[in-house]
Design a protein around this ligand. Structure first.
Ligand SMILES: N[C@@H](CCC(=O)N[C@@H](CS)C(=O)NCC(=O)O)C(=O)O
Length: 219
């Protein structure tokens, strides 16, 4: 059996989520980089791997077609490698953690994806300053809600749920990375920043950082 192959891009936050999950679970993997700015993910070659032409895609160690959608990939890893668990024990707790992950994956990230920003710039000639304002607007709206969820939930601990990392942290940390790239003021989000700092102390989160992706990492 060969090792898993992660098709992604070092700065893609959806790829970053999958790297964190692979690292937390200690699953060996190789990386295939598809530099987004150069548009290689739009190629016919990549469409064979993911017809949606988005990264990430993961070819599991046992081979076969690539899995797509970071949440589905991470849940696959959770089911095939249950330890350490990235979801809590009860259905209700799992629903809470998934809702935090989806707040980011379903409601924040798609509005600020590269293809959306490019559409604004190229189709409607929106100025860069306004595109950046668009970006920050949706991050602030999402993080306001995420911070409020952390504040009101009795299950918030050192991490978004309790004292070990879950899907919620795996989705949050890459979104914070994105927010910083676009100069979002993170000062109002003390809980979000505290989660980031707890995650930053774990070697899995460190190894998954974009800055750690070595030779494949190009701007
Ligand atoms: N919902 C998908 C989103 C995947 C996605 O949008 N990935 C971005 C990079 S973070 C991408 O490939 N963008 C390319 C583009 O917008 O053209 C997932 O979670 O995997």
């Amino acid at each position: 059996m060969s090792i898993a192959a992660l098709h992604g891009f070092f700065r893609s936050s959806a790829s970053y989520r999958v790297r964190i999950a692979l690292e937390l679970k200690g699953i060996p993997y190789s990386k295939v980089e598809w530099p987004l700015r150069e548009g290689l993910h739009r190629s016919a070659d990549y469409a064979q791997i993911n017809p949606q032409r988005l990264v990430p895609a993961l070819v599991p160690g046992e081979g076969g077609a690539a899995l797509t959608q970071s949440l589905a990939i991470i849940e696959y890893l959770e089911e095939t490698h249950p330890e350490p668990a990235l979801l809590p024990a009860t259905p209700r707790e799992r629903a809470h953690v998934r809702s935090l992950a989806l707040l980011i994956a379903a409601d924040m990230h798609p509005l600020n994806n590269l293809r959306v920003l490019r559409f604004l710039e190229q189709k409607w000639a929106v100025e860069t300053a306004q595109v950046n304002e668009w970006y920050r607007h949706w991050v602030v709206e999402g993080f306001d809600a995420f911070e409020a969820e952390l504040a009101r939930s009795p299950s918030t601990g050192r991490f978004c749920f309790g004292d070990t990392p879950t899907l919620a942290d795996i989705f949050l940390v890459p979104q914070i990375y994105n927010a910083r790239r676009f100069d979002v003021d993170l000062a109002p989000y003390s809980r979000i920043l505290s989660m980031e700092s707890a995650c930053g102390q774990l070697s899995a989160f460190e190894a998954a950082r974009p800055e750690q992706q070595g030779a494949g990492a190009r701007s």
